[in-house]
Design a protein. Structure first.
Length: 107
C-alpha cells in the first residue's frame, strides 16, 4: 500500500500568499487575453480606410476601463505586503514620573 501524506495545515500567511498567487495569475491571464483580443482586432480585422468602424469604437470604449481596472488591481495585489510585513501598532509608553514632579518656573 502506498503511504499517505499526513494532512498539513497551512498557516494564514501561506494561505494568503496562495490566494494572491491565484488571483494575480487569473487577473494577468485576463489582461493578456484582452491585450491579444485588441491587437487581433486592430491587426487582422479589415477596417474602413477613413476611420475606425463604429463597432470597434464601442469595443474599445468597453475594453479600456476593464483593462485599466485589471492592471490597477493586479499591481495592488502584487505590491501589497504580507501580514507579517506590516508593523504592529505599539502602545504609547507612559510618561516617566520624573517629568511630572518638576516644579514650574516661578516668575
Amino acid at each position: 500500500m502506498a503511504s499517505k501524506k499526513p494532512n498539513r495545515k497551512y498557516t494564514e500567511s501561506e494561505l494568503m500568499t496562495l490566494l494572491k498567487f491565484i488571483v494575480g495569475l487569473s487577473l494577468a491571464a485576463t489582461l493578456v487575453g484582452i491585450v491579444f483580443a485588441v491587437l487581433y482586432s486592430i491587426i487582422f480585422v479589415t477596417q474602413p480606410l477613413d476611420a475606425i468602424s463604429p463597432i470597434d469604437t464601442k469595443f474599445f470604449e468597453l475594453i479600456i476601463p476593464i483593462a485599466t481596472f485589471l492592471s490597477g488591481t493586479l499591481s495592488g495585489i502584487m505590491l501589497g505586503g504580507s501580514p507579517e510585513a506590516k508593523p504592529k501598532a505599539t502602545e504609547p509608553e507612559e510618561p516617566v514620573a520624573e517629568e511630572f514632579n518638576q516644579e514650574e518656573p516661578k516668575l
